[in-house]
Every structure is written in structure tokens, then in C-alpha cells.
Design a protein around this ligand. Structure first.
Ligand code: ATR
Length: 277
């Protein structure tokens, strides 16, 4: 039986084994998919041994996406732009290749599942860590009109801007600058929360004036109850307030295509996960 797994630390909360087992059942694929917690200093050895032992493919989550990028012998363009890898598999020569399906997962959830337009829209992104890196390339490829990245540590947002500025109209800001912009009437059509702040039970203070008419607010995080960001967006009257469960399932579907060459149906899997949470 072909073996697959998601590697992370911690990883026990991961829904990937459940999602991939639903995909496998749906598409009649005979495969196993486990969540494996890997020690910080053992990641590279684990990956090499996994493939040497006949493993079919791996997903990679926090904190290993950057190291998976470095380890891969070659990468897709989207992983190269993100400098982060969430999917590892063997290429035709038997070398380890990296891909990043996070961005396409977000775009598919926005465009296909929620009918949200990205092209020509003014996009605000909160955060400049690993999660944001994964989605930047996809947003650039979708031709957002402008992309504004706000981060507590402004230098990290500035670095992202430097890397992407030849491809998009993109700027970095502090939260203070964002507040000034809101006070001056600036607003956004799509606001994406890519901070991990809700994990600590907090979120950056945001002015409701940032929400343009028809605005979609999207949290890359998800939880059984509304995340703090989704609560804020609903309270302040955003047209759409969405958490990241759809993105999670869509990025997994894209990885499943890479692994098995078959595209699963995501709607039924999302419905099942919502029922269970
Ligand atoms: P991930 O891989 O989940 O993105 P990360 O790379 O550690 O994790 O990035 C976390 C992001 O959330 C960062 O942008 C971080 O801001 P800093 O770069 O300034 O640390 C942001 N973040 C975390 N807690 C936050 C908080 N309480 N308020 C605002 N931003 C926060």
C-alpha cells in the first residue's frame, strides 16, 4: 500500500489524515496517510528515510515548510516564490521535489467555493509569516489591483514587498500606518488574516472603516467556533466572513492530485468536516 503522511511538530491536531482518507475512499485509491510528529533535529533524515523506504509523498506543516523548501532538490515555481514547501514527492528521476499548494487552495476556496473576485481588487493582508508567504504568489498571479501587507514587525512585511515588487503593486505598513490610512478613508475589498494571533486569543486592533462595501474577510485559520477575526468581520458587517477550513481542504485536494493524479470532490469533504467540528 502506498504510504503518505503529514509531518509537523505539533501535528496531532491535524485534519489532513481525515481529509486524505475521505479523498482516498471517494476515488478508490489504496493508500495510508498518517500524521507524524518529527523532532526538530530529525526532519531531513526522516524525509530522506521515508522516501528511501518507498514512501509515496509527504505534506509538511509548521514549523518545517522552510526546511522542506531547502531540502527539495527541485521545486515548482509557486514553491520557489513562497520559499516554502508543503508537499514533497519524488520526480521521474527519483529526486525529492517540492510544491506549495497553500496559495492555490486559498484562491480555489475564494473564487470557486465563495464566488469572490481577486482580480482588480484592493487586498489587505495581516501578517508576514510563513502562512502569508504561502499565499502571496497566488494572489500576485491572480492580479489583485493592490496588495497591502501589515505586520507587527514591519521589516518582515518590507522583505516580502521587496521580493514581490517587480510582479505587483504591493506595499508594507505598520498597524499605526494602517490606522492612519483608515482614518483618511482608505478601505479594502478583500482582507486576509494571516496572523497566528487568534491562537493566543487576541487579534490586532482594526478599524471597521477598513471594510469596503462588498468586502470579503478571510481568516487563514479555522476553528470549530468563529475565530476572533471572523467574529470581528461579522460584527462590523463584512459582506462575507470566511474561515480557513475551505482552504485547508482545497490545498489538500491539490496535494492529492500531485500524489495520485486524481482530483477528489472537495464539497462533500468540507460538509463532513463542518458536521464533525
Ligand atoms: P505562521 O507560519 O503561522 O505564519 P509565523 O511565521 O510565526 O507563523 O507568523 C506569525 C504571524 O502572525 C507573524 O506575522 C506575526 O507577527 P510578527 O512577525 O510581528 O511576529 C503575527 N502575529 C502573531 N501574534 C500576533 C499578534 N498578537 N498581533 C499581531 N500579529 C501577530
Amino acid at each position: 500500500m502506498s504510504k503518505y503522511a503529514v509531518l509537523g511538530n505539533p501535528v496531532s491536531h491535524s485534519k489532513s489524515p481525515l481529509i486524505h482518507s475521505m479523498f482516498a475512499e471517494q476515488t478508490d485509491q489504496v493508500m495510508s496517510y498518517l500524521a507524524i510528529s518529527v523532532e526538530e533535529n530529525e526532519f531531513e533524515d526522516f524525509v530522506r528515510n521515508f522516501f528511501a523506504g518507498g514512501g509515496g509523498g509527504l505534506n509538511v506543516t509548521v514549523p518545517f515548510k522552510g526546511r522542506a523548501f531547502t531540502l527539495a532538490a527541485s521545486c515548482s515555481d509557486r514553491a520557489q516564490l513562497a520559499q516554502a514547501v508543503n508537499t514533497l514527492f519524488l520526480d521521474d528521476n527519483g529526486d525529492i521535489r517540492g510544491d506549495n499548494t497553500d496559495g492555490v487552495g486559498l484562491v480555489t476556496d475564494l473564487k470557486l467555493n465563495n464566488k469572490v473576485t481577486i482580480s482588480g481588487q484592493r487586498v489587505l493582508i495581516l501578517g508576514a509569516g510563513g502562512a502569508v508567504r504561502g499565499i502571496m504568489a497566488a494572489l500576485v498571479y491572480e492580479h489583485a489591483a493592490t496588495i497591502t501587507i501589515v505586520n507587527r514587525t514591519v521589516s518582515k512585511a518590507e522583505l516580502l514587498v521587496e521580493e514581490m515588487q517587480s510582479m505587483a503593486s504591493i506595499e508594507a505598513m505598520s498597524y499605526e500606518m494602517l490606522q492612519d490610512a483608515a482614518s483618511n478613508g482608505r478601505n479594502f475589498d478583500l482582507i486576509i488574516n494571516g496572523t497566528s494571533s487568534s491562537l493566543q486569543g487576541e487579534m490586532p486592533k482594526l478599524d471597521a472603516k477598513l471594510i469596503a462595501p462588498g468586502c470579503c474577510c478571510y481568516d487563514l485559520m479555522y476553528s470549530a467556533t468563529d475565530t476572533l477575526f471572523v467574529q470581528w468581520a461579522k460584527q462590523e458587517g463584512a459582506s462575507l466572513s470566511i474561515d480557513g477550513l475551505g482552504m485547508l481542504v482545497e490545498q489538500a485536494a491539490e496535494a492529492f492530485v500531485v500524489f495520485r493524479g486524481v482530483r477528489p470532490n472537495t464539497a462533500s469533504v468540507m460538509e463532513n468536516l463542518r458536521k464533525q467540528s
